[in-house]
Design a protein around this ligand. Structure first.
Ligand SMILES: Cc1cc2nc3c(=O)[nH]c(=O)nc-3n(C[C@H](O)[C@H](O)[C@H](O)COP(=O)(O)OP(=O)(O)OC[C@H]3O[C@@H](n4cnc5c(N)ncnc54)[C@H](O)[C@@H]3O)c2cc1C
Length: 397
């Protein structure tokens, strides 16, 4: 296993780093005024990037992407992830990236031309509706939303929430129970619901620690009240919703974790710059205080450890596949999110009162990345999964 950055990737990483300097002023505007305020400028950058080495890095070349391996995409994601807007301009943002992968793998030719192609072209956005207000999202096989077949149409009823980027999305891939009497893992299916379908309503954008957000930078509650879509909008086979969701999450966790490492590195850089320049007296900077110096050292070591763990998981997915690498995938989820939270918190502390203002990007990361310990499976669930496998082996030995 070799984690040295491959030479062929270096120009791409340099291009991504240069892109981030262009995004910085837009970040401030997006944080202050919302996503729609900066979307025209972001979409202009997207037009420039189309066809470049940064566009659709995770998508195979045959479909117009860069065909990067999971490890290579992880390294690029780390650079892009240092800005809240990096993934959007390269068209590899959640939840669209996962939806693209699902449509590529399970979509029919019709799904691909109607739903996938506009996504790949960056002309539309999409969302993914699985979690519900009335049921614990940690148990993904226990859902209330139903889809029943009437003639040649699915009729959907139920509510979803935390549907990221539903505001402005063209369609939602919905997990709904189609076979309530089947074994738990075969009860739900994935169905594509265009957002202009009568009976589909985006009820509200849910405020996150006081910020409602808009467009791609928001999370919505959505309702299905007898929403009818053609039978052909089923993705994959009937009852395969859970297994498709599992396939969607494996490489997706690498993308999230490497994005978090990118955020950590940026926060550490900000912490160090502030500690070196903020003077406590004319002769002593903050960084000369042992507590602050130790935070910098600890953050640096924790980020490096998390980074190597994530790269190892990415390398394992490329080498042995996501299923065989699932123990490592679960480990990085809780380890990296924990490091992320600690690094952001320490960076804010070193910035003092400035750290909790919106004058730096740290407060945005603090608000919006707190969810990292909850989404893609809460940390506690992953810890239980990891421990269960270790204990099973111990019992068998
Ligand atoms: C920023 C963000 C974006 C999201 N985007 C989407 C999206 O686009 N689409 C979508 O469908 N969902 C999305 N979600 C929802 C996310 O998938 C769920 O929040 C997650 O699955 C947890 O479900 P829950 O919130 O219902 O928590 P619950 O299941 O109610 O769990 C609450 C808490 O209980 C603890 N817990 C749960 N299970 C266990 C266990 N087995 N052992 C020990 N402790 C446990 C954990 O601490 C957990 O945080 C998003 C969430 C966030 C925060």
């Amino acid at each position: 296993m070799d984690f040295a950055t491959p030479d062929h990737l270096r120009p791409r990483l340099d291009a991504a780093a240069a892109l981030l300097t262009r995004l910085e002023p837009l970040e401030h505007q997006a944080i202050a005024q919302g996503f729609y305020a900066v979307q025209p400028q972001l979409d202009a950058i997207r037009q420039e990037l189309k066809g470049s080495s940064l566009w659709l890095p995770q998508i195979p070349t045959a479909s117009g992407g860069q065909g990067l391996s999971v490890l290579e995409h992880g390294l690029l994601t780390e650079v892009l992830g240092a800005s809240p807007l990096g993934h959007y301009v390269a068209n590899c943002q959640a939840p669209d990236a996962g939806n693209m992968e699902v449509l590529l793998e399970y979509g029919t030719d019709d799904h691909k031309s109607r739903f996938l192609q506009p996504l790949l072209a960056g002309d539309t956005r999409s969302c993914f509706g699985m979690t519900e207000p009335g049921r614990a999202g940690s148990n993904p096989v226990w859902l209330e939303t139903t889809a029943r077949l009437e003639g040649e149409e699915w009729v959907l009823d139920g509510r979803k929430w935390f549907t990221t980027a539903a505001d402005g999305a063209a369609f939602c891939i919905v997990m709904a129970v189609t076979d309530p009497d089947a074994p738990p893992h075969q009860r739900a299916s994935m169905i594509i619901v265009p957002t202009d379908t009568p009976g589909y309503t985006r009820t509200r954008n849910i405020p996150i620690m006081g910020e409602e957000g808009d467009g791609w930078m928001s999370h919505s509650e959505v309702a299905f009240d007898g929403a009818r879509v053609p039978q052909a909008n089923l993705l994959g086979t009937r009852g395969a919703g859970f297994s498709i969701a599992q396939a969607r999450l494996g490489p997706g966790r690498i993308h999230h974790c490497m994005r978090w490492i990118g955020i950590c590195r940026r926060a550490l850089g900000m912490m160090a710059t502030r500690a070196a320049s903020r003077m406590l007296t004319p002769h002593e900077s903050l960084g000369e205080k042992q507590a602050v110096a130790h935070w910098i050292a600890e953050c640096s070591a924790e980020i490096e450890a998390a980074r190597l763990l994530v790269l190892d998981a990415a390398w394992s997915i490329d080498d042995i596949g996501a299923k065989a690498a699932r123990q490592k995938i679960s480990m990085i989820k809780f380890f990296a999110s924990d490091v992320l939270m600690r690094v952001i918190d320490r960076a804010i502390q070193v910035h003092g009162a400035l750290g909790i203002t919106d004058d730096t990007v740290l407060s945005w990361f603090y608000r919006h990345e707190r969810g990292s310990r909850i989404y893609d499976g809460p940390d506690e669930v992953h810890k239980s999964v990891v421990a269960r496998r270790i204990l099973k082996e111990a019992r068998q030995s």
